[in-house]
Design a protein around this ligand. Structure first.
Ligand SMILES: Nc1ncnc2c1ncn2[C@@H]1O[C@H](COP(=O)(O)OP(=O)(O)O)[C@@H](O)[C@H]1O
Ligand SMILES: [Mg+2]
Length: 251
C-alpha cells in the first residue's frame, strides 16, 4: 500500500495522522517507509534528528544522482524508516518548471525500491502543488484528515477535483481509502453537528474511528516518539490503533 495523507488545509492533522499511522503499521511487523513531503519537515522531526540527515527529499527531486534509497534513514522504532524533508523543498516548484516528468518523479523513485517496504505513507504539504501531485500520482490509496471545526468542509471541493484529475490520466488506480475526522471534542454539540455534516458529504468513506482532541498527541513528536510508546494508554493511542485496523481492512 502506498498511502498519501493529503488535505491542502494546514493544521488539520495530516502529520499527526501520518506519523502515528506509519508507526502503527511498522509495529505490526511490516517494513514501513514514511516519506515527508512537507518543507516544514514536521514528520521527519517526529522520528529523527533532522540535522543528522545529509540528504533529503529535495535532493531526490532535483538531483538525478540522488535516489530515494540514498536519503532513507531508520527511525527509533523497529521496521520504520524515514525519507526526510527540509525547508529547501519549498523551492521545488520553481526548480522543476518545464520538466515534463516532474509529476512522476516520486512514483519512479518508489518503484525503484522494488517492494522493499510493504507500506509507504506520504505526509503531504498543505497545498495542491507539485509535491501533493507527486504523492497522488505515486499512491495506491489516499486518506483525507478533516478537522472537526466549523470550516471543516471548506476547500474539499478543490481537493476532490484534483484527485479526479489525477485519476483521469496519470493514476486511474488511486482510491480514496477514507476520510478521518480529527481533533474531535465529543463534549460539544457543535462538534457533533460537524461530524454529521462530514458524514452527510462523504457517507461511508468516513472512518468509524474518530480522533479526539488530545494533548498527548501534540506532545509526542517533541520526544521523537509515536503515541504508542509515548502514551500507550491514551485515547490517541487507542484511536490511531483502531484507525490502522480500518485502513488495513479497507486497503
Ligand atoms: N487529535 C489531536 N488533538 C490535539 N492536537 C492535535 C491533534 N491532532 C493534531 N494536533 C495538533 O494540531 C496541530 C496541527 O496538526 P498537524 O498534524 O501538524 O496538521 P497538518 O499536518 O495538517 O498541518 C499540531 O500542533 C498537532 O500537534
Ligand atoms: Mg503537516
Amino acid at each position: 500500500m502506498i498511502l498519501s495523507i493529503a488535505n491542502q488545509k494546514g493544521g488539520v492533522g495530516k502529520t499527526t495522522t501520518a506519523i502515528n499511522l506509519a508507526a502503527a503499521l511498522a509495529m505490526r511487523g511490516k517494513p514501513t517507509l514514511l516519506i515527508d513531503l512537507d518543507p516544514q519537515g514536521n514528520s521527519s522531526m517526529s522520528f529523527i534528528d533532522i540535522r543528522t540527515a545529509t540528504k533529503s527529499m529535495y535532493d531526490v527531486f532535483v538531483d538525478d544522482t540522488v535516489h530515494l534509497a540514498d536519503v532513507i534513514v531508520p527511525a527509533s522504532l523497529p521496521n520504520l524508516s524515514i525519507a526526510p524533508a527540509r525547508i529547501a523543498l519549498a523551492k521545488l516548484e520553481s526548480r522543476l518548471v518545464g520538466e515534463l516528468d516532474a509529476p512522476f518523479r516520486l512514483k519512479d523513485e518508489i518503484a525503484a525500491l522494488k517492494g522493499q517496504f510493504a507500506n509507504v505513507v506520504i505526509d503531504c504539504p498543505p497545498a495542491l502543488g507539485l509535491l501533493t501531485i507527486n504523492a497522488l500520482v505515486a499512491s495506491t490509496h489516499l486518506l483525507i484528515p478533516i478537522q472537526s471545526s466549523y470550516f471543516a468542509l471548506e476547500g474539499t471541493d478543490d481537493l476532490l477535483e484534483t484527485i479526479e484529475k489525477v485519476r483521469q490520466r496519470p493514476n486511474p488506480e488511486l482510491q480514496i481509502l477514507g476520510v478521518v475526522i480529527t481533533m474531535h471534542d465529543k463534549r460539544t454539540a457543535l462538534a457533533r453537528d460537524i461530524q454529521e455534516q462530514i458524514r452527510k458529504v462523504f457517507g461511508d468513506k468516513v472512518f468509524r474511528t474518530v480522533i479526539s482532541k488530545s494533548v498527548r498527541l501534540e506532545e509526542s513528536p517533541a520526544y521523537r516518539e509515536s503515541i504508542f510508546t509515548f502514551a500507550p494508554e491514551s485515547s490517541g493511542a487507542t484511536e490511531y490503533y483502531r484507525l490502522c485496523e480500518e485502513v488495513i481492512d479497507r486497503a
